[in-house]
Design a protein around this ligand. Structure first.
Ligand code: S3P
Length: 439
């Protein structure tokens, strides 16, 4: 599947974007091992979260879906998961694979986690190492998937993470629920804290400072009702499209504004973007707000590397913002982008160059020289966020932008095309390469 985007101005209006991916995965996993029935509204009906759902069903958890975005998860309790009949397919989802590695390390059975071609190239030693220090037995293929997990009894751990990763932190906390001693995790920078917030809401005692989390051993989880906020990482594409449009005023409702996620808003605001955060309230432990975004002219900045972990998934969209800003924007300390769904530094540099934007690339950063975007062909490398970022670029390019290999958009933002069209983006979809576009 390919996208073809023609230059187009967005209309003013209100949109909703799908539920938060990180919180949807956690609602499933924690709901599954809680005591009692967890109901979830606003679940992300995207392929990544559906991989987690299928894996839990394969381990005997009864999950019904009254609506595509609603779940009823009949918790089996911490000791209630059953041995799955075959390998558990995590699809494209690094979050699913790393969090399940933690959840399954301390079970009384063995399991295997597999993934698609992209996931099979993503490093797993970052979870295998600390879990092994807790007594886990996990075989990988030289640090990469598949993972074969032989459930063991686990002990506590004090661990300083070498990379700032919410997935690693969460894997350790999930394994820690099964450990005989407390777990203490130090992180080199603040990362998203959805696991800590949801565990707390489910009655687990945690002491969480900015960079240290302590979880005492031997605790169970109580089922709760969860309303999942809209995903700021998906909203980011709508936000930038509205900023770049000549005369737009767009509201995005019920968006998660957990401070461990709002780096993208802060970075765009420091580039001159007019983004308002209205009506802040709580969905359980998670803050949400309505975001109002108006057309703005952007200027290049040196992006504060302290904000990287707070905007880790938004660099594709920030590279497009940089390309449309006056002057140059420099990014540093973003080496983690090289091990996401694609090498996002390389994929963004390649795509921007195809649209005639100059980019200087370093091992862990880039300088983007803002200017005019021409049209052209861009390869998304099968990465959902690269595809959506370049769709936004197409709205302001001089002529059409064609983006190849966009099917993965469904992993995080099902309905992306329809939502963007409703705001006036001229985007058509070619089902196969070379086929006639459908609009
Ligand atoms: C996620 C954590 C981040 C992020 C990913 C989702 C999570 O990954 O990039 O999309 O749900 O915990 P890292 O922890 O590897 O940075």
């Amino acid at each position: 599947m390919n996208f073809v985007v023609e230059p187009s101005a967005l209309k003013s209006g209100t949109v909703t974007v799908p539920g938060d991916k990180s919180i949807s995965h956690r609602a499933l996993m924690l709901g599954a091992i809680a005591d009692g029935t967890t109901s979830v509204r606003g679940f992300l009906d995207g392929e990544d979260c559906l991989a987690s759902l299928a894996a839990l069903r394969a381990m005997g958890v009864n999950i019904t879906r009254p609506e595509a975005t609603e779940l009823v998860v009949e918790g089996v309790g911490k000791a209630g998961l059953k041995v799955p009949a075959g390998a558990l397919d995590m699809g494209n989802s690094g979050t699913a694979m790393r969090l399940f590695a933690g959840l399954l390390a301390g079970q009384s059975f063995s399991s295997e986690l597999t993934g698609d071609a992209s996931l099979s190239k993503r490093p797993m030693d970052r979870v295998v190492r600390p879990l092994s220090m807790m007594g886990a037995s996990i075989q990988s293929s030289e640090g990469y998937p598949p993972l074969v997990i032989d459930g063991q009894s686990l002990h506590g751990l004090v661990y300083s993470m070498p990379v700032a990763s919410a997935q690693v932190k969460s894997a350790i906390l999930l394994a820690g629920l099964y450990a005989t001693g407390e777990v203490v995790v130090h992180q080199p920078a603040i990362t998203r804290d959805h696991t800590e917030r949801m565990l707390t809401a489910m009655g687990v005692e945690l002491r969480a400072g900015e960079t240290q989390i302590i979880m005492p051993a031997g605790q169970g989880l109580k089922a709760i009702d969860i309303q999942v906020p809209a995903d700021l990482s998906s909203a980011a594409f709508v936000i930038l499209a509205a900023i770049l449009s000549p005369d737009a005023d767009v509201t995005i409702a019920n968006v998660g504004v957990n401070p461990t996620r709002t780096g993208v808003i802060e970075i765009l605001q420091s580039m001159g973007a007019d983004i308002g955060i209205q009506n802040v309230r709580l969905f359980g432990e998670e803050p949400v707000a309505d975001l109002t975004v108006r057309s703005s002219s952007l200027r290049g900045i040196d992006v504060d590397s302290a904000k990287v972990s707070l905007a880790i998934d938004e660099f594709p969209v920030l590279f497009i913002a940089a390309a449309c800003a006056r002057g140059k924007t420099s990014f540093s300390g973003i080496g983690e982008l090289r091990v996401k769904e694609s090498d996002r530094i390389a994929a963004m540099a390649e795509g921007l160059r195809a649209l005639s934007v100059a980019v200087d690339e370093t091992e862990d950063g880039a300088v983007v020289h803002g200017g005019k975007l021409y049209g052209g062909n861009v390869n998304s490398h099968g990465d959902h966020r690269i595809a959506m970022a370049f769709a936004v670029a197409g709205s302001v390019a001089e002529w059409a932008v064609r983006i190849d290999d966009t099917a993965a958009v469904d992993t995080s933002f099902p309905g992306f095309v329809e939502s963007m069209r409703s705001l006036g983006l001229s985007i058509s979809v070619e089902e196969e390469s070379g086929a006639e576009p459908t609009s």
